[in-house]
Design a protein around this ligand. Sequence first.
Ligand code: AMP
Ligand code: MG
Length: 378
Amino acid sequence: METLVTIERAIEIARQTPISPTIESISITESNNRILAENLHSKIDDPPFDNSAMDGWAVRFNDKHRTEIGMTAAGDTPTSIGQGEAVRIMTGAPIPEGADAIVMVESGLQGEAHPNFIRRRGENLTKGTVALQAGQLMTPAAISLAATMGHATIPVRCKPRIAVISTGDELIPPGDELSEGQIYESNSHGLCALLEKIGCTPILHDTVEDSVEGLRTALNSIDCDAILTSGGVSMGDLDCVRKLMEEEGDIHFWKVAMRPGGPPLFGTWNGTPLFGLPGNPVSSHLVFTMIVAPWLSPEIPLAKHVPIRMKDPVKGAPGKTCLRRIQIVSEEGELTGSTHTHQGSGNIHSLVAHNGVTLLPPDTSANAGDIIDALWFV
Ligand code: AMP
Ligand code: MG
């Protein structure tokens, strides 16, 4: 087991225990935001035939005077023209045999002819070209491309099924009446939403009390690709996730040099990868964003690295990368960052009121005006 690892090292260690994706074939209509499991080649030339890029007339470039002899539209079979002849043509219609240029409708029949207004067969893609690679995120554009290439079913990675369990005697479901000492359980709901965002299927379990026995029973009941727990990973006597994993599980790392989010652990429970996230709401979200997401789903980043100019001074943390919540905006040709709320790791409002975090290296602080690295949530 390694302790107090960097964020990069934590990702590296977790990646040594990948969840092995299985493959399923799904309808293209279901493929949004899924990850392609195999290369997709084009079944056809794109476009499949020479066609007009404009509404106008299909003509012979060298003709000085033209006579219209007919009309052709998208979906028609190709016609033909002879010398001095022109065919009224709509965008996407096949070029008549004998035509080699298009006159735009705006120019009139005797107007200027343009050979480059013909879209040539295969000019976008030739048959057999691999235009979508395994690992590609099926974005709306990728979906259109797959359809253009003739694919009705898409081989994708099965969505990993990830169990989410919160631990804590003080936690009760939102909506119930709070008694003294209780708070609403919030992490599991945010974590499930984060999992959905990165293409996983969250399986939400009931909150477990702070007991090793209760947690053991809950973990043993789980049949998932990985487990995310929240809370109970610190040094306290009741921190049952750490205790149980120490005694009966297998811990690969414990503690990451980041603030907030210091105490997470990663390992396996009966062979199933388990991420023990800290209970503080900001910490659990940020550990997910920084480490869990790049491990589970590197194809769908939750944030991008950007340089920003700080508008407010921010204090770093000794020995830890400091993730202050900041609002990143583009002004006068550069990105700036400012802080707006109390920064405590228990203040989840700080993650709603801001759209990014600083990546202040250990033992550094920033003054107003300094340019620093940051993460911009996407
Ligand atoms: P822990 O990591 O269990 O020591 O919890 C740290 C702090 O986060 C405590 O103040 C907990 O009450 C709070 N906390 C733990 N789990 C959750 C949760 N699921 N939802 C909201 N707050 C939590
Ligand atoms: Mg706790």
